[in-house]
Ligand binder design. Structure first.
Ligand SMILES: Cc1cc2nc3c(=O)[nH]c(=O)nc-3n(C[C@H](O)[C@H](O)[C@H](O)COP(=O)(O)OP(=O)(O)OC[C@H]3O[C@@H](n4cnc5c(N)ncnc54)[C@H](O)[C@@H]3O)c2cc1C
Length: 366
């Protein structure tokens, strides 16, 4: 039977970052298994591509720590490797007095998380930066930016391969059994079996399923869809523009993001699903227009078209409190050498290099 040292399940941005990180040490002993024909075909290519500063997450949480650390690492990597990104800056805009108070809380939390360059700005300053935006006040985050996530993933993929990692595409892990020295994995469609001393489960939307099949008691991971509408024509804004986030940690609110070509889109909203589907229903346009017009009152609705959707693997259900990423070795549950990454929703793209460091440290100490 074939034997490998480490199997990484899932070639999204997180699996690729981990593969790159671990390939320096484990090279040819590292296998990445991915169910699609190439890397990054699920959530990692269906998101806002925003490099988050680290404002929204409770101090001390993994999301806060790994976002701030990952953002610094990403910008450095982009500079060194010529991966396209732009530090455009972002405005979180308050349109009511209550929201202005919320901005103060976001400011304090962001600073506590290590986001040092945040600035509360007046309506006037906001108008200077973005003349068409309606705001009573705003939180300006200069270090928020955008990145070409595909170029980032291509870089990681090539780097991991050049360090000796093997990629098995079109291969789905459909069973993992604990064995004497590690785990026995079975893949579909070929029912191929091989053994792996360690398993890193970063299968995104499939991670909870893989974890349960291994026999690990796993919290529910919900499918939380986010749709986008694109805007036709020249963007009326130059920065990323976000509303004050809804209470309870349910997303960041429908925001205006730009891509590296300067194209504007709005999204994502938040809708819990029983099973994944990527359809963007034009009926949601009304909801989008209502949300966007709070901060862009002159929005021309005729320019909005349904674009695409992504699905967050969320630990937080519709009625739940805020939940952090889970990144752990399942040693205490009786599964040493099995590393679970669950609920890697936003800011997972930003945090990817820091998540890779965190997993590398867990592997080192295993
Ligand atoms: C709408 C939306 C907007 C977002 N915006 C941002 C943002 O602006 N900034 C940010 O930092 N983050 C953002 N995120 C979060 C970010 O996109 C994710 O955290 C990140 O892409 C997760 O990467 P991943 O590798 O964990 O998951 P994925 O990209 O989903 O990769 C997991 C891989 O595992 C594979 N897989 C699953 N099951 C199996 C199996 N059994 N066998 C083999 N392979 C399997 C899948 O095919 C997939 O390729 C957003 C997410 C969404 C949904």
């Amino acid at each position: 039977m074939e034997k490998v040292k480490i199997t990484i399940i899932g070639a999204g941005v997180v699996g690729l970052a981990i593969a790159t990180r671990l390939a320096s040490r484990f090279g040819h002993e590292l296998l990445v298994v991915e169910r699609h024909e190439g890397f990054g075909r699920e959530t990692s290519s269906r998101n806002s591509e925003v490099v988050h500063a680290g404002i929204y997450y409770p101090p001390g949480s993994l999301k806060a720590k790994l976002c701030v650390q990952g953002r610094r690492q990403l910008y450095e990597l982009c500079r060194e490797q010529g991966i396209p990104c732009r530090q455009l800056g972002k405005l979180i805009v308050a349109v009511t007095t209550g929201e202005e108070e919320q901005l103060e809380i976001n400011l304090a939390q962001g600073r506590e998380n290590g986001v040092e360059d945040l600035e509360l700005i007046t309506a006037r300053r906001c108008r200077e930066l973005e003349p068409v935006v309606n705001a009573q006040a705003a939180l300006f985050s200069p270090s928020t930016g955008i990145i070409d996530s595909h170029s980032l993933m291509r870089f990681y993929y090539q780097q991991a391969k050049s360090r000796g990692a093997t990629f098995a595409f079109n291969t789905e892990v459909n069973d993992v059994e604990p064995a004497a020295k590690g785990y026995l994995l079975t893949t579909a469609p070929d029912s191929f079996r091989f053994s792996s001393a360690m398993v890193i489960n970063c299968a995104g939307l499939g991670a909870a399923d893989v974890s349960r099949k291994t026999g690990i008691s796993t919290p529910p991971v919900h499918y939380a869809k986010g749709c986008y509408f694109s805007y036709t024509g020249t963007s009326p804004v130059k920065h990323l523009v976000y509303p004050v986030p809804p209470a309870g940690g349910h997303g960041l609110g429908i925001h205006a993001t730009l891509d590296l070509g300067g194209r504007l889109r709005f999204g994502p909203d938040l809708e819990y699903l029983e099973k994944p589907d990527y359809l963007v229903d034009n009926a949601r346009k009304e909801l989008f227009c209502r949300a966007v017009k709070r901060y862009l009152p002159d929005l021309d609705e005729n320019r909005l078209e349904p674009e695409m959707a992504g699905i967050r693997p969320r630990l937080q259900g519709p009625e739940d409190e805020w939940k952090d990423f889970i990144i752990r070795e399942e040693k205490e549950a009786g599964f040493p050498g099995f590393f679970n990454l669950l609920g890697i929703e936003s800011p997972g793209l930003t945090a990817a290099p820091a998540i890779a460091d965190q997993v590398a440290a867990l592997v080192e100490n295993s």
